[in-house]
Ligand binder design. Structure first.
Ligand code: ADP
Ligand code: MG
Length: 595
């Protein structure tokens, strides 16, 4: 911490002294570089952090600059009033550009945003109010008491302060709940929705954030150059900006800044060879993508030697507090659910009632529709027919994040942890129950956000400790053994404090001891008042844990009852003929009788 502060102080002092070492041309280059760095941070937030392809960043930049230009020269506004209105205008544009993000998939967003950027350049080139191809000149010098901002040396300090605030704010966002959710959404939007992240709203927020950075850069540009023309906001500049973010390393805001500085300087070096400039940028991008996909930001960790950490082990699970509830009303009710995939009927009129406090087993051969059933319950799939009610409310077709917030949590058959987040962050994303709309606190009450983050972290560490995962809090899930990843996923689901927990083959790939621990965990979860539905092939586990078992075959329920009843049902015996179930059941029954 001390070392960081020292580095920060040295960097700040160096940046403050920088103009003394520069001639009037060099300071201009530096001023422009800072503006590009702001743009790159905005683009990095949308693309690198939130995973939203945004090719309209240069249009946000343009809206900011042109609004200032038009309002000051045509409408007689002062610079600062115009600047404020320009920021409002870009934020509105950002929300507008982000609206398609509510509906279309990420890769189409590239086309949509590129179209909007082209529409913008087209408009400014042709509109009389924007001065056409000549643009607008004679934008007034921003007035500031005691400081002559027409000097590019003094303008540098204005830029530096704005840049420092913008960078600090960006880093704050990335490290606190909003940024964590954005990164989770980038890694796996589907799993993010399942843990309650309001994906559509969040995608729009990413565009709004990017646009405010773009607008701020535009305002500064108008104040610095005091002249705007269409070519500054062209698609060529958009690709330059994109190159900055890719070369610097998308997932790190400091990387984006490094990329902006590198390419701005390179652009100066190449300014005498405009024919080759684009080719050089292009080649560098290709080289970076192939040889250093994490960009400049990823280089330090490549050369850092990995020290072997302290011994890490999965510690025992600490049971949850017992909660005795008399409530055994139906919590989940499915009636006549069908799900059709083209020619395949994956679910065929499935009706099922799960009472509060139950551990329900769902078994059936591979492909019988078990996972599809979970996907329908959790809102991932809309059923072709039938209805789902949860806790007394009709929820058929509700969005996954709504159901998650209403108290459903699940794990996935093939594990869907957020790969670029640490184990702790995986849990924190799920713990955080605040709504996306409360992000107004970021600009207006950051202290509140910071406090909330601290409280979340404390709760997260407690939960990780309970699941015996404390040693792995800072590890990336992908680096951990399979059994531990499975447990992280259960911990993440429990972080949502659900009423209903859906486990999709939680014992798959676990060894004997791990299965025993799993059984203990599931029982404790139920005893803490959470209803559990369990899809499992491990019959020993199902028979020992579940009060009731539902058997699916080819999308239909063929039996439903206590484990002993189900095991001898003729339809089940037939469905499992030659399969291992009959044997396992026999085994379990013999053990029970022998006791
Ligand atoms: P289980 O979990 O019981 O092994 P699933 O629910 O995964 O079975 O699959 C049931 C059937 O539905 C399978 O035949 C599978 O191929 C099909 N299926 C599942 N999801 C989809 C999908 N998204 N599109 C098309 N077919 C699907
Ligand atoms: Mg399955």
């Amino acid at each position: 911490m001390k070392r960081r502060l020292a580095v920060l102080a040295v960097v700040a002092a160096a940046l403050w002294m920088l103009p003394y070492a520069l001639d009037s041309y060099a300071i201009h280059v530096v001023d422009v570089t800072l503006i590009f760095a702001l743009l790159a941070i905005g683009l990095g937030l949308a693309m690198g952090i939130a995973g939203q392809v945004n090719l309209a960043q240069v249009a946000f930049f343009g809206v900011g600059a042109y609004t200032v230009a038009i309002l000051t020269t045509h409408n007689g506004f002062g610079f600062w009033t115009a600047a404020l209105l320009a920021l409002v205008a870009t934020a509105v544009t950002g929300l507008f550009v982000g609206t398609p993000a509510l509906r279309v998939q990420s890769h189409y967003l590239g086309i949509v945003t590129l179209g909007l950027a082209l529409a913008f350049t087209n408009w400014v080139t042709n509109a009389a109010v924007a001065g056409g191809a000549e643009g607008i000149n004679a934008i007034p010098v921003p007035q500031f008491p005691g400081v002559d901002l027409s000097s590019e040396y003094l303008f540098y300090y204005l830029e530096l302060i704005v840049f420092a605030i913008a960078l600090a704010f960006g880093l704050f966002v990335v490290r606190t709940p909003l940024g964590r959710r954005m990164r989770a959404m980038r890694d796996d939007p589907l799993a993010a929705g399942a843990v309650g992240v309001e994906v559509p709203m969040l995608r729009m927020t990413a565009f709004a954030l990017a646009s405010v950075y773009g607008g701020t850069a535009g305002v500064l540009y108008a104040g610095l150059v005091r002249y705007v023309a269409p070519e500054s906001f062209s698609i060529a500049n958009m690709f330059l900006l994109l190159a900055m973010v890719i070369i610097g390393g998308r997932q790190s805001l400091l990387g984006c800044v490094a990329g902006a500085v590198t390419l701005s300087l390179l652009r100066e070096l190449l300014s005498d060879y405009p024919t080759y400039a684009q080719v050089v940028y292009g080649s560098i991008v290709v080289l970076v993508v192939v040889f250093a996909p994490t960009g400049l930001a990823g280089l330090p960790s490549r050369f850092r030697r990995r020290r072997a950490g302290p011994r890490q082990e999965l510690r025992p699970f600490t049971p949850f507090d017992l909660v005795s509830t008399e409530d055994s009303r139906p919590l989940l009710e499915l009636s006549d659910i069908s799900k059709q995939f083209r020619g395949l009927r994956a679910l065929d009129e499935v009706s099922l009632t799960v009472r509060a406090g139950e551990i329900r087993g769902i078994v059936g051969p591979n492909g019988s529709g078990k996972t599809t059933l979970f996907n329908v319950i959790t809102g991932l799939y809309k059923p072709t027919a039938g209805s789902v009610s949860f806790a007394g409310a009709q929820v058929t077709g509700a969005a996954p994040y709504r159901l998650a917030r209403a108290g459903m949590a699940r794990t996935f058959q093939n594990l869907r942890l957020f790969g670029a987040l640490t184990v702790r962050e995986n849990v924190l994303v799920a713990l955080d129950r605040t709504r996306t709309r409360s992000i107004w606190r970021y600009p207006l009450w950051p202290l509140g956000v910071w406090r909330q983050d601290r409280a979340l972290r404390a709760a997260g560490d407690e939960l990780l400790g309970r699941f015996g995962l404390a040693d792995f809090a800072d590890a990336r899930p992908g680096a951990l053994p399979y059994g531990i990843q499975r447990r992280v996923e259960i911990a993440r689901a429990m972080a949502q404090q659900p009423r209903l927990l859906l486990l999709d083959e939680p014992a798959a790939g676990l060894n004997g001891e791990e299965v025993r621990q799993l059984s203990e965990i599931v029982r404790s979860i139920r005893d803490s008042g959470v209803t559990v539905v369990l899809i499992e092939h491990n019959m020993g586990l199902v028979m020992s844990l579940c009060e009731r078992v539902t058997v699916l075959a080819s999308g239909r329920i063929i039996a439903d009852g206590t484990p002993a009843e189900v095991a001898i049902a003729p339809a089940v015996v037939e469905a499992y003929l030659g399969d291992s179930m009959a044997d396992t059941v026999e085994q379990v029954v013999i053990e029970e009788v022998g006791r």
